[in-house]
Write a protein of this length. Structure first.
Length: 422
């Protein structure tokens, strides 16, 4: 065999001979085992997360000590409702009140109403300190008043669906997200539906398409809540909805309601002619919440943007018919579906012709870093406001191409070709 000893690299270096090697006695294997899993950040004493954990535990301990000394002791199985509007709503709805807790310096018509209604229920009223209310409500915004009620019994979703199927055949479940107080449904309706800001906002809920006969139960439920809305001047703390913006707006909306009634619409709740108490408000542009059911889709109150506290209800037998009704409109600012069926919601998101879509969210207004705006006649110009489109509208792009040689390196030859990454 020819020798390769003369070729560079052909000689094996000392100590590189293959074969049995001297072992380490298992030390390397033990080193590989390590010291166990890395502790959590909050368990490492030098880590900022540990300091936050210690501070949090100290605060929790302080709250526990304060709660032990507090004069408010909630009975097992009971809960607190805090805040003037939620408490007033619960009292008006005749929710059984166990006890009322108020600060001694609170002066508000809603609190006085709660005290009056609670007294009629023979519920005791206690004056407490702000610290006691802060502790009892875990720091929530209580506005100086809270009531103790029996624990709310939440129904399982499957039981609701089964019961609705037996009663209705094709149920429509209205889901309200982020409702932390189940007794305050009326406030949720006002803030999220047709009557917030007296309906004078581009994302008001002007039309409900009731599918499969659900209107027989849905419309009376909405009416029961809407007729409790307190309409009055903004200077009155008890007011929950104000007037419309101008006399011409009031007259226009009233004319459309008159037209709908004359053409056969059912005026479920009539806000025409409403006036709050007080001579100083007699000339206001007042219009209370109004609900029109079974409205003809050729009427102005349906075809035009009402921009007032009017809720129109139209009927559809099937989902396909409902989608056709929604998409036949020349407008497409926003649309929402209320359903417990994920497949129906997925089809709606794809099928509906609107720029902003909500699933169990009545006013689908996204946060500012997403685009805001509609489709069709609900869009003016080529781009939406907010989000990337808004940024592009107000900016002018500039492209800068640079090349920096290394220190001491000459720039070298400059070619006539386009620059590359090479």
């Amino acid at each position: 065999m020819a020798s390769h000893s003369g070729r560079p690299g052909a000689i094996r270096k000392k100590g590189t001979k293959k074969g049995a090697q001297v072992g380490t006695g298992g030390h390397s294997r033990r080193r590989l085992e390590g010291k166990g899993p890395t502790p959590k950040a909050e368990d490492r004493t030098y880590h900022p997360a540990h300091k936050r954990k210690v501070k949090r535990e100290a605060q929790e301990a302080g709250i526990a000590r304060a709660r032990a000394k507090s004069s408010i002791r909630i009975k097992p199985g009971h809960e607190l409702i805090a805040g003037r509007n939620p408490v007033a709503e619960a009292a008006r709805a005749s929710v059984p009140i166990e006890r009322v807790f108020i600060l001694d310096n609170v002066k508000d018509d809603r609190v006085e109403e709660v005290v009056r209604l609670a007294s009629a229920m023979r519920a005791p009223v206690y004056e407490v300190t702000r610290r006691d209310l802060d502790v009892a409500t875990d720091g929530a915004v209580h506005q100086g008043v809270a009531i103790e009620v029996r624990g709310y019994e939440y129904a399982d979703a499957s039981d609701l669906i089964a019961g609705s199927m037996q009663q209705l055949g094709h149920p429509l479940l209205v889901a309200l997200d982020q409702v932390t107080d189940p007794h305050n449904l009326g406030a949720v309706l006002r803030s999220a539906g047709a009557f917030g800001a007296a309906g004078q906002r581009c994302m008001a809920l002007p039309v409900i398409v009731a599918v499969g006969g659900i209107e027989e139960k849905l419309v009376p439920a909405i009416k029961a809540r809407a007729e409790k809305i307190v309409v009055g001047p903004g200077t009155d703390p008890a007011s929950e909805m104000g007037p419309v913006i101008t006399r011409s707006s009031q007259e226009r909306i009233t004319t459309w309601i008159d037209e709908a009634e004359a053409k056969g619409a059912n005026v479920v709740l009539d806000g025409r002619g409403y006036r709050p108490e007080g001579e100083e408000y007699a000339d206001g542009f007042w219009l209370a919440p109004t609900i029109l059911d079974n409205v003809d889709r050729d009427l102005s109150v349906y075809c035009e943007e009402v921009f007032g506290p009017v809720l129109v209800v139209v009927h559809a037998d099937t989902y396909e018919e409902a989608i056709e009704i929604v998409n036949s409109s020349e407008f497409g600012n926003g649309s929402a579906i209320f359903t417990s069926d994920g497949d129906t919601a997925r089809h709606f998101v794809v099928d509906v012709e609107a720029g902003m879509v909500g699933v169990n969210v009545p006013i689908p207004v996204p946060v500012a870093y997403y685009s805001f705006g509609g489709w069709k006649e609900s869009l003016l110009g080529d781009t939406h406001i907010h989000g990337p489109e808004g940024v592009r509208f107000y900016t002018k792009a500039k492209v800068v191409t640079t090349r920096w040689p290394k220190r001491g390196e000459k720039v070298g030859y400059v070619g006539m070709n386009f620059p590359t990454n090479a």
